[in-house]
Design a protein around this ligand. Structure first.
Ligand code: SF4
Ligand code: SF4
Length: 427
């Protein structure tokens, strides 16, 4: 049984709309070394193309070997110092490329030359890793033709300003990006979803169907946006892509517009940094910059047991080292003082019902979590609406037993996705 969304307890939080004067972001000085994550497992044999001592230029496409495949574009000019395997969330495998940075950028010309006659494959090869991480691979997959590109002009978590700031300050680049995406991909329908009162500023100016969406949390979560725009939810085995929809963020589309205007691959990521006092800072940093470099520039010091989080307060993921580099999809860094951290626990559920009251999808979270804690993921999906969950994190936020409910839910969906074939047919 799938229950309707929008339950009896309305979420109490709102995204901010940046209605006051927009601050200038602080540009972080390029650090002495950056680390880029190539989205593929490190090969068993050394790579001829990527090895310590190899020189790389800014904007140069780096692959493990000469074969077509996953790539990353260098954000700096310098010399490869180290190549190492790196594990991401849920077992995703990367190859970490650490580059000692030169004082000056020397730009690679290949992308500029390719701009003369650009196609979807070139766009995908060079711009998949630009700020905002556009889902360009999805546009080029013949198994799942895309009929609609949805661009979200807001941010998915609370207190994060990154994408709305880009939409408001780089509207011309967003416009160019939308035009290029339509022309190059052939996708005719583009929806720009804009939170709340920001709506009227964008309607009529862009080659997109501009739709206002609620600025109440968690209406900016992609699964919630899908429901608001298409009136249905994704079921087990379905993905946005299998439904013919590609999601992108405003920053990703602005990066595409800028790349084609400047004929250079953008390499500076905008981030919202939330410090221990709850103050916000907007920063611009080269992709691959260690988190510690950004904190130092903002005079934020970390003490024993303070916590660092990539992302916002509801859905962010803890990171364990200041050496962790920012990547193209790092929208926020949250720094929590040790004294303010609510630790997760393995206390049993006391059946207080808080999670059920707050859940916007009206899920019996207290029952669902019993199955997920015991690894009974399919039963959780069949009996307690796992796939109605929009991954907002509100349940974990209010949980009296401090159970990391969202993490259990994400793990369950990840495990089920590994064993459930994606639907081949579009509706
Ligand atoms: S994360 Fe929790 S509160 Fe949010 S939709 Fe999922 S089950 Fe409901
Ligand atoms: S909020 Fe936590 S303790 Fe309360 S019913 Fe939900 S899972 Fe159980």
């Amino acid at each position: 049984m799938i229950k309707p969304f929008f339950g009896y307890a309305k979420p109490k939080f709102h995204y901010e709309l940046l209605s006051t004067a927009l601050p200038q972001p602080l540009t972080i000085t390029v650090p002495p070394k950056v680390t880029l994550l190539l989205p593929r497992e490190m090969g068993p044999e050394p790579s001829a193309a990527l090895k310590p001592g190899t020189r790389v230029r800014t904007g140069q496409r780096l692959t493990w070997d000469d074969a077509p495949g996953p790539s990353i574009v260098s954000s700096v000019t310098g010399t490869i110092q180290a190549i190492a395997p790196q594990l991401g969330d849920y077992g995703r495998k990367f190859t970490a490329i650490t580059i000692a940075v030169d004082a000056r950028d020397e730009w690679d010309d290949a992308f500029g030359e390719a701009c003369a006659k650009i196609d979807l494959q070139t766009l995908r090869d060079y711009l998949t890793g630009v700020p905002g991480a556009p889902a360009l691979a999805n546009l080029a997959d013949p198994r799942h033709p895309i009929h609609t590109i949805v661009i979200y002009g807001g941010d998915t978590d609370l207190l994060v300003d990154t994408n709305l700031y880009v939409l408001k300050t780089q509207t011309v680049m967003v416009e160019k990006g939308i035009h290029a995406l339509k022309e190059i991909s052939g996708v005719e329908k583009v929806i720009l979803a804009v939170p709340g009162e920001s709506f009227q500023n964008f309607d009529g100016h862009l080659e997109a169907d501009v739709r206002a969406v609620s600025n109440r949390y968690p209406y900016g979560q992609p699964l919630m946006l899908f429901y608001q725009l298409f009136g249905r939810i994704l079921d087990q085995g379905q993905t946005f892509q299998s439904q013919g929809v590609a999601f992108m963020r405003a920053e990703a589309v602005a990066s595409i517009g800028r790349a084609l205007s400047d004929k250079r691959v953008p390499n500076e990521k905008l981030l919202t940094v939330l410090d221990k006092q709850g103050r916000k800072h907007l920063v611009l940093a080269r992709i691959g910059t260690p988190v510690g470099t950004i904190l130092k520039a903002l005079n934020i010091t970390l003490n024993d047991r303070d916590r660092l989080v990539f992302g916002g307060p509801m859905t962010g993921t803890a990171i364990y080292s200041e050496e962790q580099p920012i990547q193209s999809d790092s929208d926020a860094i949250l720094v929590q003082d040790a004294a303010d951290i609510t630790l997760s626990s393995d206390y049993p559920c006391i059946n207080c019902g808080e999670c059920v009251r707050v859940c916007p999808s009206n899920i019996a979270v207290n029952m669902l979590i019993r199955y997920l804690e015991n690894g009974q993921y399919q039963d959780g999906a069949d009996l307690y609406d796992l796939y109605s969950c929009v991954e907002c994190g509100l349940c974990g936020y209010v949980c009296s037993s401090r159970t990391p409910i969202l993490q259990y839910i994400k793990l369950a969906k990840f495990e089920l996705a590994r064993t459930t074939p994606v639907e081949e047919e579009n509706e």
